[in-house]
Design a binder for this molecule. Structure first.
Ligand code: PEP
Ligand code: MN
Length: 486
């Protein structure tokens, strides 16, 4: 596809439903129109989950990231389930993201912008429409439609039929999750002077342990000092933090009905949505399902429905970039999604794999940074999705016998190479995008606990991709901090 063809394709009139005239991948075909109609009319009547004021504020923070003045930490589950909408799961993720960001602030000496893959990460792209599952007695396997995320169907083998009513449930679970995030944060869960558990008992390597202890000692002293001088008082605004929400904007049926034409908040600039564009306008389309949405690696076709939908909304948006992204497509995507060249509007989330990043990243950086989009994008590294592999689940528990895992060493290696390549190219790696959980899961190999394949079955609870546990996630933050400090 040439640039010209792309531009012609995407310059028609944009509406929240114009994506329907484009080819679409990963879209559900609901068999019965009546329940679908019922669900979407309910969605269109419900209030926005997030407010344009917050969306615009995040975009302004991301502009600072694009300019090298702040760092972006984005993380959460691969597939969020409705059942994760509970106090302890929400709190442990907030605490982990906060703790990681303290380490990053200390390391990079920059403000950290936090975005959770939370409060809406319910739709999953799948490579195959069918998958095998273990029956409850653990001895048999059965072929059933793939689990596509709680917003589409259920994980239980008997719940694999698509149910549009799940979109309404997704809305309510997103709203309840975000409600508790706001409540917990404004009530002091993120209170910087509360003791956090920095236990380092699991770190086996003495040299690493000494390094982390030094950092933790410094952070503790700093927090105590701030408390002593009163710099953490509520009126100084240091006792609360922002946490924005995000998910993959995969299910356009849902996103369309939460997209609303709303007043542009004062001070926002305007002209952000590609679908509107003209200066001086008073309203823009905001996708109010989350602050930030991203287009996945499988649905970023230039002439496809997802790019068409996302070009019209004013939210900051991400695009996954991988080994199958031609450098020429990157520019065409930017021209379509961000014709006004707003800094911070687009985050390029690179995910090549530890063995491919060296070959591909520099070319992608040059394509963007040598164009009119120089210094407008946020470069973010997702060291998870290019490093997934399957291993045989030896630890019992039945099942199909094969589970997905990722090695901490590969994750760190991609991140470290990405940091180095950006430095060599004179660009700024502005953030990381991680799959993590605050629970003590055993889904990724390695890290300083030294998890091996036999350990995976101890506490493997992901319903999709393997996540870093709390210790592995914190360790990654320490390693990034170390890069900036050395
Ligand atoms: C994801 O972020 O969970 C995902 C499916 O990623 P990607 O689109 O990069 O494969
Ligand atoms: Mn994933």
């Amino acid at each position: 596809m040439t640039d010209t063809a792309t531009m012609n394709n995407n310059t028609g009139e944009w509406t929240p439903s114009s994506w329907r005239s484009k080819p679409i991948l990963q879209n559900p075909e609901y068999p019965d129109p009546a329940p679908l109609q019922k669900a979407v009319s309910e969605l269109s009547r419900l209030p926005p989950i997030v407010h344009p004021h917050e969306i615009v504020q995040l975009k302004q923070h991301l502009r600072d990231v694009a300019h090298g003045k702040a760092f972006l930490l984005q993380g959460g589950d691969c597939a969020e389930l409705f059942s994760y909408c509970n106090q302890s799961a929400i709190e442990s993720k907030i605490k982990l993201l906060l703790q990681m960001s303290l380490v990053l602030i200390w390391g990079a000496d920059k403000r950290v912008v936090r975005i959770g893959r939370m409060a809406g990460q319910y739709a999953k792209p799948r490579s195959s429409p069918m998958e095998t599952v273990a029956l409850s007695d653990g001895t048999q396997v059965k072929l059933v439609p793939s689990f596509r995320g709680d917003i589409l169907n259920g994980y239980h083998p008997d719940e694999r039929a698509l149910d549009p009513g799940r979109m309404v449930r997704a809305y309510h679970h997103s709203a309840a999750t975000l409600n508790y995030i706001r409540a917990a944060i404004s009530s002091g869960i993120a209170d910087l002077h509360r003791p956090l558990d920095w236990g380092l008992g699991h770190v086996r390597d003495p040299a690493l342990r000494a390094k982390y202890s030094e950092a933790v000692g410094f952070l503790r002293d700093m927090l105590r000092f701030m408390h002593t001088i009163g710099a953490d008082r509520a009126d100084k605004k240091l006792d609360t933090v922002d946490l924005y929400t995000s998910h993959e904007g995969l299910l356009l049926e849902y996103e369309q009905y939460l997209t609303r034409l709303l007043d542009i908040p004062p001070g926002a600039g305007g002209g952000g949505g590609g679908g509107g564009g003209e200066k001086g306008k008073k309203k823009e389309y905001y996708d109010t399902s989350a602050h930030f949405l991203w287009i996945g690696d499988r649905t970023r076709q230039l002439d496809g429905a997802h790019v068409e939908f996302f070009r019209g909304i004013a939210n900051p948006i991400g695009v996954k970039v991988g080994p199958t992204t031609p450098a020429a497509d990157l520019l065409a995507l930017l021209r379509t999604l961000n014709p006004a060249r707003e800094p911070g509007k687009i985050t390029l989330i690179t995910r090549y794999g530890a063995d491919k990043v060296e070959e591909l990243l520099a070319g992608h950086i040059r394509a963007v940074e040598d164009s009119e989009y120089e210094r407008t994008v946020v470069w973010q590294c997702d060291p998870m999705h290019g490093n997934t592999r399957s291993v045989v689940n030896s630890g019992g528990g039945g099942g199909a016998g094969v589970i997905k895992t990722r090695a901490f060493g590969d994750i760190f290696s991609e991140l470290q190479q990405t940091l180095r390549i950006h430095k060599e190219q004179g660009s700024y790696l502005g953030g990381v995008h991680l799959e993590l959980t605050g629970d003590a899961v055993t889904e990724c190999l390695g890290g300083s606990e030294g998890l091996d394949e036999d350990d995976l079955s101890t506490n493997y609870t992901s319903f999709c991709d393997p996540r870093l546990n709390e210790k592995q996630a914190l360790e990654l933050a320490f390693l990034v901090a170390d890069h900036y400090r050395s």
